[in-house]
Design a protein around this ligand. Structure first.
Ligand code: ADP
Ligand code: GLC
Length: 470
């Protein structure tokens, strides 16, 4: 069985969020399970590019609209990630430092997809499945089936994994000429609400669709940023598969970013040392419970509610807790959090930016991880937190509700709340402070969480079943 993953992100090559983590781990564990699983992604200018050895695999020219462009496929030489990794280099378009956020992102990801399909159409063999991740690879199933030049690929099955349906890659119809000559009678497959919608096109054209948690699959039929009726009508080819985590990367007993390693047996002392280190670094009191938020400061994560909620929590519980935020995103939220931290510098610190090393240290140091997300297709932060003995405080939605049991319920080890608002967050902080004072209960929850198995090993089989069903 041979599977080709196509994605905009893959850790540690380039990561903006959980998509990168998943595409950097799933193929590795698929190879361990005997599936030949490869990753194809754009060649950005990230440190991984310069710190690895590459061989040129293929070079050719393709067209996007009237523009002829050259692309080069390079392959990482030593299989250092545990799978074959191919990067697509398109000079002037993909070779930039950031993954997203450029005004020509539509052209960048369309050219990327054209190059991938063009390259695959020249292979002498056909893979078992082409596995597309999110809208950046969403035009691929359509192009494989309905672009005249890629007829060879028509019969290759495709899988779409929806990591996040909020982003759909909308393109005005005036940009339809970017897509290589296609069967005009199939216009309806590209269209949703009078524009080209790559995510909708993939939902219509892919042989199978997966979402990154079972609850998110259900939610999408009612909340999918405009695609609800489409998802509902395609539900027979959809399946929700909960993400795993890479236990080799996210392991408090070996994590190279931690100053002190720990396991279930040494969790209390181990976490305290990591907490002391963070508190010394940032000027916080390590005897108080430490609440952490890590993530993109955007509406989906309810980051806009954080400044008000934390302000209220500080007023309500006075000197009883410390807070630390790591993230970047909406400038207004960044500014509000920075101001809050300046006004309450003894108990709240904010680090604006993306910092892989600090994120690991915070999962290890924190007592509680706050995730009030409005939308959370799976969420990896809560899974990492649990592996590091940190109690997740989550809004009941998507993957959060599939992975966290409230401590008030039988066997529960987390804190759940219903609304992404100040009242619910402040109440949840109060419950957390109470449990922090009950050391026996806290230790029981930590030990329980750390032993939950969210490894990819057990999830890989669910994907294999999807490929077998094609
Ligand atoms: P999403 O993909 O929606 O952002 P996930 O919970 O699936 O959310 O994954 C987020 C991933 O990105 C995790 O690995 C988390 O640790 C990481 N992350 C998010 N923001 C930052 C940041 N500012 N610095 C370092 N890592 C971050
Ligand atoms: C997306 C989702 C997140 C999920 C991640 C990996 O970025 O927002 O919930 O965990 O993809 O699948």
């Amino acid at each position: 069985m041979e599977v080709v993953h196509i994605s905009a992100e893959c850790y540690p090559v380039a990561k903006a969020g959980g998509l990168g983590d998943v595409v950097g781990a799933l193929p590795k564990y698929q190879n361990k399970a005997g599936i030949t699983s490869k990753v194809v992604m754009p060649m950005y200018r990230t440190p991984f590019l310069y710190n690895s050895d590459w061989v040129v695999d293929y070079k050719a020219k393709a067209y996007m609209g009237g523009w002829e462009f050259e692309y080069t496929i390079i392959k990482e030489a030593h299989n250092k990630l545990g799978f074959d990794l191919y990067l697509v280099d398109i000079a002037g378009l993909l070779d930039r430092q950031k993954i997203y956020g450029y005004s020509d992102d539509t052209a960048r990801f369309t050219a990327f997809q054209i190059a991938v399909v063009h390259w695959m159409s020249h292979w002498s063999h056909r893979p078992t499945a082409v596995h597309c991740h999110d809208y950046h690879a969403g035009l691929i199933p359509f192009m494989m089936q309905h672009c005249y030049d890629y007829n060879h690929l028509k019969s290759v099955p495709t899988v779409l994994t929806i990591h996040n349906a909020q982003y759909q890659g909308w393109m005005p119809w005036s940009q339809s000429m970017l897509i290589p000559k296609w069967d005009l009678s199939k216009k309806g497959l590209l269209d949703w609400d009078n524009c080209i919608n790559p995510l909708a096109a993939a939902i219509k054209c892919a042989s199978k669709i997966t979402t990154v948690s079972p609850s998110y699959m259900q939610e999408l039929m009612h909340h999918a940023n405009g695609l609800e009726t489409l998802i509902a009508s395609e539900k027979n080819k959809c399946v929700g598969i909960l993400n795993g985590i890479d236990h080799e990367v996210w392991n408090p007993a070996t994590d190279c970013y931690l100053i002190e390693h720990f396991s279930v047996k040494t969790v209390t002392a181990g976490k305290q040392q990591n907490k002391q280190n963070i508190c010394d670094q940032f000027g916080l009191d390590a005897t108080k419970p430490l609440f952490v938020f890590i993530g993109r400061l955007v509406g989906e994560k309810a980051a806009d509610v954080l400044p008000g909620a934390l302000h209220k929590a500080i007023q309500t519980y006075r000197e009883k807790a410390s807070y630390m935020i790591l993230g970047s995103g909406d400038p207004a939220v960044e500014a509000a959090l920075t101001n809050l931290a300046m006004a309450n510098s003894n108990c709240i610190k904010v680090s604006i930016g993306y910092n892989e090393s600090l994120s690991h240290q915070l999962y290890a140091a924190a007592d509680f991880l706050l995730m009030p997300s409005r939308v959370e297709p799976c969420g990896l932060n809560q899974l990492y937190a649990m592996r590091y003995g940190t109690v997740p405080m989550v809004r009941s939605t998507g993957g959060l509700q599939d992975t966290v049991i409230d401590m008030g319920d039988t066997g529960g080890y987390g804190i759940r709340f219903t609304h992404a608002n100040e009242t619910d967050i402040v109440h949840a902080v109060g419950r957390a402070i109470d449990v922090f004072e009950n050391k026996t209960h806290l230790l029981w929850m930590r030990e329980r969480m750390m032993q939950i198995n969210h490894s990819w090993e057990q999830t890989v089989q669910s994907y294999t079943n999807v490929y077998k069903s094609l």
